[in-house]
Design a protein around this ligand. Structure first.
Ligand code: ADP
Ligand code: MG
Length: 400
């Protein structure tokens, strides 16, 4: 799960990371009140969307009067900001962060990631902040500093100081910078983050060290024990299909193809996607209905898969161990009836109660294409896709 910059800054500042004063605003008038409350005479107006690269896309504006604050806020709110990370459709700006603008002398990069190979939290830092880490790594890989943290003892003061000296910081800045690095590490560890990025960590003209941008990503599987993090979730920033799925406890990832997949087990779901590709088409989604899927859950899975208008065929692939094929079959029949499904359905069932499951499907009177094996199912789904595409509008009429 990702959160907004202003939320990440609030969390980090609770762990001692120094940040400039800032307040979130939802309207241009609010933006002006915030600027007044923050004080000073220069403010940055920052679009809050789940994406980096906002600066280059015009989503970060420096302002020097209340009039400019109002104008920048009015211009940004309601705009779709297209950054390098959002894709061409961009992301709608619904919140702004109003922050005191600070005079920057130097921009550094500090990031924390989970290094799965080392099984450790790892800090990556470079004196060349401001740009995205991918660009830094491509342009000056030699500048990257890397520190691996021993989980039994946590990040040590000397490690943080060494890193800060490595970043070229001067002695008077070391205490603040160390506080920022250690604070970010503790926030990562104590909040079950999978990524914390401060880019830039700025040295100001008057020698202070401040986090000017912050990004945090959290482990979805740990959210149950971090209610204060979970409540920061902004569903409007997520793929609506994935947000819906998480409400039903379904594991769904939206893709761009035309064959919708309803599968039990993540491994089988991956294999099904591979087989569809091998048969010459593209999957519309990854979906794992999980073990013990009730007919209601299967119906929810159908609703979810069919909410994607690109889906022209649904492929149901169930290997029932904990599951029961008859339940799945009941779910398929119920969904096909209740939801008036007009696209072809290919079903491959195997495992517990398979005969009963097949009987339910064949006696339902619905046009469900049975398949024997995974390869057979993928071939039939792709063939059905061909028919459907060839028939075009005709098949939609026939369905009515
Ligand atoms: P993004 O990474 O999405 O482009 P940032 O928050 O990093 O957004 O902002 C882009 C740039 O804007 C920063 O690299 C920094 O130069 C400048 N900036 C951001 N916040 C401030 C601030 N409070 N004061 C001065 N400049 C800032
Ligand atoms: Mg940034």
């Amino acid at each position: 799960m990702d959160i907004h910059e202003y939320q990440a800054k609030e969390l980090l500042s609770n762990f001692g990371v120094p940040i400039p004063r800032g307040i979130v605003a939802y309207t241009p008038d609010q933006a002006v009140y915030c600027a007044r409350e923050i004080g000073g005479n220069r403010w940055v107006i920052k679009a809050q969307i789940h994406s980096g690269g906002r600066g280059q896309a015009g989503g970060v504006r420096i302002t020097t009067s209340e009039h400019e604050v109002h104008a920048a806020a009015a211009d940004l709110l309601g705009r779709r900001l297209v950054t390098k990370q959002t894709g061409p459709q961009g992301k709608l700006v619904q919140r702004l962060y109003i922050e005191a603008a600070v005079p920057i002398a130097k921009e550094l990069y500090v990031g924390f990631v989970l290094d799965r190979r080392a099984e450790r939290i790892c800090v990556v830092a470079t004196p060349e902040g401001g740009m995205e880490i991918e660009e830094i790594a491509a342009q000056s890989p030699g500048s990257l500093l890397r520190v691996v943290i021993e989980p039994a003892v946590g990040m040590q003061g000397f490690q943080a100081r060494e890193l800060c000296f490595g970043l070229g910081l001067e002695a008077p800045q070391i205490p603040d910078a160390t506080r920022a690095v250690i604070g970010a590490y503790r926030a990562f560890r104590d909040l079950d983050a999978t990524m914390v990025e401060i880019n830039p960590l700025a040295v100001t003209a008057d020698g202070r060290v401040l986090a000017l941008d912050a990004k945090m990503t959290f482990d979805d599987n740990a959210l149950f024990r971090r209610p204060n993090v979970r409540e920061l979730r902004d569903y409007t920033e997520e793929d609506p299909r994935e947000a819906d799925a998480s409400k039903f406890g379904l594991n769904y990832v939206g893709l761009d193809g035309q064959i919708g997949c309803i599968v039990n087990g993540a491994g089988l779901a991956m294999a099904t996607m591979d087989m569809i590709k091998l048969a010459g088409a593209e999957p519309a989604n990854f979906l794992d209905v999980g073990g013990g899927a009730s007919p209601e859950r299967v119906a929810a899975a159908f609703r979810l898969v069919l909410s994607d208008p690109r889906v022209k065929v649904v492929l149901v692939n169930i290997f029932a161990g904990i599951n029961r094929c008859d339940w799945i079959a009941q779910g398929v029949v119920q969904a096909a009836r209740d939801q008036h499904i007009s696209v072809p359905i290919v079903a491959r069932l195997a495992g517990t109660n398979v005969d009963e499951g097949r009987r339910i499907l064949s006696e339902s009177g619905l046009h469900i294409i049975p398949a024997e094996s995974l390869a057979d199912a993928a071939r039939k789904a792709v063939a059905a896709l061909g028919d459907d595409v060839r028939a075009g509008a005709g098949s939609a009429q026939a369905a009515r």
